[in-house]
Design a protein. Structure first.
Ligand SMILES: Nc1ncnc2c1ncn2[C@@H]1O[C@H](COP(=O)(O)OP(=O)(O)OP(=O)(O)O)[C@@H](O)[C@H]1O
Ligand SMILES: [Mg+2]
Lengths: 375, 225
């Protein structure tokens, strides 16, 4: 656990970067610091491992006052990841990762073995360990940065905009990776970003800063979306926070409609008898193949098998119980029929969901504050 | 006769390669003086440049010190010291050291001060002591520039070590000074050519040295950037 107690940082030129900050980072959780540029996020982060010294106040790391510890020892017990990776260009990837274990007196062979394990943990081929940083892509370098920070198995991990220098696709996969690692490792993570979307995705808790180093709101991502403290938070979180909040609503117990779902060997007559304006045709024992509109049914012979009709692709589906309502709504918006196709874990059609059912589900969940993050 | 035929006539004369004060002896003496001066310059300037470069301050100190040192005329200093201190080693050594310091100092400073700030930050953040930050990260990263400074100094010093002959010492300057005094062009041109040859040998030595001393991870980037 990391605790800020009325921490203030005033730089030599008089800039107050952090102003009487009180903040608690629970052990084993990810706390995201987010806010506009220059609001004091980096300064807050760097005070934890004393790369910046607080002017006033106390910072406790696992109950111990950071200011009373030898900064070198303190830092060896805290993983540190920065935006442009800061990998040592003259050392191999393996030796970069082995940095802290070697500082702590590990034998070189053991430290390198551990480095290879870590490369695997962060999703890299251990064979890359023999290369130099410049021989890796930006995304790979960023993973090495994370591996290096984890090498000595520190309980605390500090990350300053770790994913902002890579393209959006790589960023998304690195974020997923972090979430996966966190379920495995349960570190106390403090991550700085200026991207609310990222904060909401990876944070267990989010601390939203105002300019000049004070906090506007601290809470679970869902609280920021669902119950913003004031207009500043509302504006910062963005105009589509209503949609984003749906990410936290599960799809486990929806009322799925199975009546317009028919197998490919069913006939046009069967389809017409459902009375539905669109029917969903499936194949291979349930996999959705596409939507057929009523007018196309009317134009075909009543004994025709549905699989012989042209079907409109159902774009994407959502997995009931695993995906969020946001995914369900997205699937409905993209569907030619205006209905989302729900599948089970095996990809078989579980039913379809129209706007009206989605609206009802949102209302019900907003009312009882149901959880179920799409992770 | 041209410079080269004067020089070559003298160098190829076997008699000059034998006996007291022959070419091999003077080359050795020349290298000895140069090596000593360079060693002192390195011992003074590398730690100073690295320390100032690490602190990130002292850019003005380095620039002023280097410019001041460059402004001192080597021969003038030699004469002044001879007048003041007589024919002591100080008279020839100090001017060479003063000549050798600026390139080493400036490059060591620039090399260390110019290490990627994120790399420095990561070294600190990983829990390296100041000493470890400097020796394990900053100096290796600055090695290409440090070697460039050393090479420049070495060439300056080797080319200028002829001045030792003015205060009665050996080295390749001996041939030049004595040749001038006795109006013999052979040893003057030959001695000068040998000095050039020695300077080129120094350049080659440093290109070999940089292959050994520049960490592999930095080598490719040097070329691509
Ligand atoms: N070394 C320093 N000396 C003086 N002022 C500084 C120093 N470092 C940061 N500041 C100032 O302190 C304030 C907070 O800076 P900080 O780097 O913590 O912001 P940030 O929230 O991380 O911003 P960004 O999102 O742009 O990285 C800014 O006004 C900045 O200009
Ligand atoms: Mg910052």
């Amino acid at each position: 656990m990391i605790t800020f107690e009325r921490v203030t940082k005033r730089y030599a030129d008089g800039t107050v970067a952090v102003d009487a900050l009180d903040l608690e980072v629970p052990a084993g959780k990810t706390m995201v610091l987010v806010g506009p540029s220059g609001c004091g996020k980096t300064t807050s982060l760097r005070m934890i491992n004393r790369l910046v010294e607080p002017t006033e106040g106390r910072i406790l790391v696992d109950g111990r006052d950071a200011l009373r510890q030898d900064p070198v020892k303190l830092r060896r017990g805290i993983g540190y990841v920065i935006q442009q990776t800061g990998l040592f260009p003259h050392r191999t990837i393996e030796d970069n990762v082995a940095t802290v274990p070697l500082l702590l007196g590990a034998r070189r062979a053991a430290a390198r073995g551990r480095a290879r394990e870590l490369l695997e943990l962060v999703g890299l081929d251990p064979a890359l360990g023999r290369r130099y940083p410049r021989q890796l892509s930006g995304g790979q370098q960023q993973r090495v940065g994370v591996a290096r920070a984890l090498a000595a198995d520190p309980p605390v991990l500090l990350m300053d905009e770790p994913f902002s220098a890579v393209d959006p696709v790589v960023r998304a996969s690195l974020q997923d990776e972090l979430i996966r690692l966190q379920t495995e490792l349960r570190k106390t993570v403090v991550l700085v970003t200026h991207d609310v979307e990222e904060a909401i995705k990876v944070g267990d808790q989010v601390a939203l800063y105002r300019p000049h180093g004070t906090l506007a709101q601290v809470g679970e991502p869902e609280d920021l979306l669902g119950a913003p403290a004031d207009d500043y938070v509302r504006d910062f979180v963005g105009f589509d926070r209503g949609i984003r909040r749906l990410s936290f609503f599960g799809t486990g117990d929806l009322d799925l409609d199975t009546s317009p779902v028919l197998a490919g060997d069913a006939t046009v007559a069967d389809a017409v008898s459902t009375g539905a304006p669109w029917v969903l045709v499936t194949a291979d024992g349930g996999r959705p193949t596409g939507w057929v509109p009523r007018h196309r049914l009317d134009a075909a012979g009543s004994a025709t098998a549905l699989r012989d009709l042209a079907a409109d692709h159902c774009e994407h589906t959502f997995t009931a119980g695993t995906d969020s309502l946001r995914a369900a709504l997205d699937a409905a918006v993209l569907s030619p029929a205006g209905q989302a196709v729900a599948v089970d874990g095996a990809g078989k059609t579980a039913g379809v969901l129209g706007y009206e059912q989605i609206r009802a589900a949102i209302a019900a969940r907003a009312a009882d504050g149901a959880r179920g993050k799409d992770r | 006769m041209s410079f080269f035929s004067w020089a070559w006539g003298w160098i190829s004369n076997g008699a000059n390669w034998r006996g007291p004060g022959d070419i091999p002896q003077q080359i050795l003496a020349h290298l000895e003086y140069s090596g000593l001066a360079l060693l002192i310059a390195v011992v003074v300037a590398v730690p100073l440049g690295v320390a100032l470069g690490h602190s990130g301050r002292g850019s003005a100190v380095v620039t002023n010190l280097a410019n001041a040192a460059r402004a001192i005329p080597t021969l003038g200093l030699l004469i002044l010291l001879t007048v003041l201190a007589g024919f002591s080693p100080l008279a020839w050594l100090l001017p060479l050291v003063v000549l050798g310091i600026p390139p080493v100092l400036v490059n060591a400073y620039e090399g260390v001060a110019g290490v990627d700030p994120d790399v420095k930050d990561a070294a600190r953040g990983a829990g390296m002591t100041t000493r470890q930050q400097i020796l394990r990260v900053e100096v290796p990263c600055a090695m290409p520039l440090i070697l460039t400074g050393l090479r420049t100094s070495a060439v300056f010093v080797v080319a200028t070590a002829t001045i030792a002959a003015y205060v009665g010492l050996g080295g390749l300057g001996r041939f030049i000074v004595d040749g001038l005094a006795s109006s013999q062009y052979g040893p003057v041109a030959g001695g000068a050519l040998l000095v050039v040859g020695l300077a080129i040998a120094v350049l080659i030595l440093f290109s070999v040295l940089s292959r050994v001393l520049v960490p592999a991870g930095l080598r490719g980037s040097e070329r691509s950037e």
